[in-house]
Design a protein around this ligand. Structure first.
Ligand code: T4K
Length: 407
């Protein structure tokens, strides 16, 4: 159980010499477990069956339920979204160059580079943090085979505009939907767009299967290929008809995934409730703006994303991260500094940043705050209070941080 100090118990922010407000860390990605009892019951049955992996009944049920939930023809569960992306990229025959955002988790770019396909980083729209269709075409060359967009924060990519460009320029289109399970675009669930989409059910995602992911597609031929590739290319016993890898989801993962899928409404309601609590708590703090979700769409509200405007706030995003970490509030800087500034891309494509001014600007301003079922309303109020107090003492905070030794 976490304990929180009251305002009267401490006379100052931790960066100014006070005690940290929390005695245990608050994490951004604390896993949700919709029902311990249902999960353990499934695990018990699984142990009785002695069927632990290789397309077991729980994985089959999870795939069926995901496909129904999204309204897509095929769902293939995988051991994680990174392997899922690698498989889809290979199954769809991508090669040469693929246009991707740099403002995404590193796995989007790695899944390409791992297969010696060049990720070509395109800039984002600062209003949506997603790929900006107006900045795609300048990157298309004779080697370009596809566009791979990410639905950043679960907010949909400009699917229609990207599809128009892809069709006109003869490119394939697919999506890294890792953060976007349960989200919709113009009323249609994410998972059915492009040639295929890939979700993550990593422990830190609002719907987790420990590790895991799912590939969804409406394309029969591609789905068949993906299934083969996920299981070494085996078609029945002793018959390998395709190159493949081991991308299989285990039964215990599917047990967790199914349990969380059954509880999805409660998980989303908790996230939405937290989001609204942050909205109220951060209102009026100068220089902070909460990234909005479109309430007309279905959303999972899994990320509480705050943009920091240094000129108004008097503190930078990095200052605020230090303030929060000192209080044991482990806010994160996703997706700083952008894939193009990480290896191997930084060395391979040293000038990529010239085309990514908005990526660099947004990556320097964005801060992710803890949410999920592990956060209470009182925790959120305290986080907001720390931010408000920091702004009120911006000059003292700047001074204290300036005198800290650089790590
Ligand atoms: N594409 C996109 C757009 C993605 O966002 C991701 C994953 C992928 C592809 C790849 O999906 P997978 O192959 O992972 O299925 C985390 C997650 O590891 C990663 O899955 C996620 N994106 C990314 C946005 O966040 P880190 O480096 O922040 O992880 P870590 O270990 O620092 O954990 C985050 C916080 O969660 C920490 O404060 C600790 C806490 N935590 C974590 C785990 C695993 C817990 O409290 N309990 C736990 O069990 O990447």
């Amino acid at each position: 159980m976490r304990t929180r100090l009251t305002v009267s118990q401490r006379n100052s922010l931790a960066v100014l010499g006070g005690m940290p407000v929390f005695d245990q860390p608050l994490h951004v990605g604390r896993p949700n477990i919709a029902s311990r009892e249902l999960f353990l019951a499934r695990v018990g049955q699984m142990l009785d069956r002695r069927w632990l992996s290789n397309n077991g009944p729980l994985v089959q049920e999870f795939e069926r339920r995901i496909a129904e939930f999204i309204g897509v023809k095929h769902c293939i569960c995988v051991c994680n979204a990174t392997i899922g992306l690698e498989i889809v990229i290979r199954a769809a025959g991508l090669k040469g160059e693929v246009i991707v955002p740099s403002f995404t988790f590193i796995a989007t770019a790695h899944a390409l580079q791992w297969q010696e396909i060049t990720p070509v980083f395109a800039d984002i729209d600062p209003a949506t943090h997603n790929l900006d269709p107006a900045r795609i075409e300048r990157h298309i060359t004779p080697r370009t085979t596809a566009i791979l967009g990410t639905h950043v924060w679960g907010r949909p990519c400009p699917v229609e505009s990207l599809a128009e460009i892809a069709q006109r320029r003869g490119l394939k289109l697919m999506f890294d939907a890792a953060p976007a399970f349960g989200c919709s675009d113009r009323g249609r669930m994410i998972g059915g767009f492009g040639l295929a989409e890939v979700f993550s059910f990593h422990a830190t995602k609002f719907l987790n299967s420990f590790e895991g992911g799912a590939i969804t597609t409406n394309n029969d031929e591609l789905a068949a290929k993906i299934r083969l590739m996920t299981n070494f290319g085996f078609s029945g016993y002793d018959n390998v008809i395709y190159i493949g890898t081991n991308g299989k989801m285990t039964e215990v993962s599917a047990a967790m995934g199914l349990t969380n899928l059954e509880g999805i409404d409660g998980l989303i309601a908790a996230n939405r409730h937290n989001y609204e609590a942050y909205q109220a708590g951060l209102a009026g703090i100068p220089g902070l703006s909460l990234v909005p979700y479109d309430s007309a769409e279905r959303g999972n509200y899994q990320y509480v994303v705050v943009e920091v405007d240094e000129a108004t706030a008097g503190l930078t995003r990095d200052d605020l991260i230090k303030v929060l970490h000192a209080e044991k509030i482990l806010a994160r800087k996703y997706f700083w500094p952008g894939c193009h500034r990480m290896e191997p891309y930084r060395s391979l494509y040293p000038y990529a940043g010239m085309f990514l001014p908005e990526t660099e600007r947004v990556a320097a301003r964005v801060m992710i705050l803890p949410t999920g079922t592990a956060m209470s309303a009182a925790d959120i109020a305290t986080v907001c209070d720390i931010l408000r107090t920091s702004m009120a003492h911006a000059a003292a905070v700047r001074l204290a941080l300036a005198s800290q030794p650089t790590p």
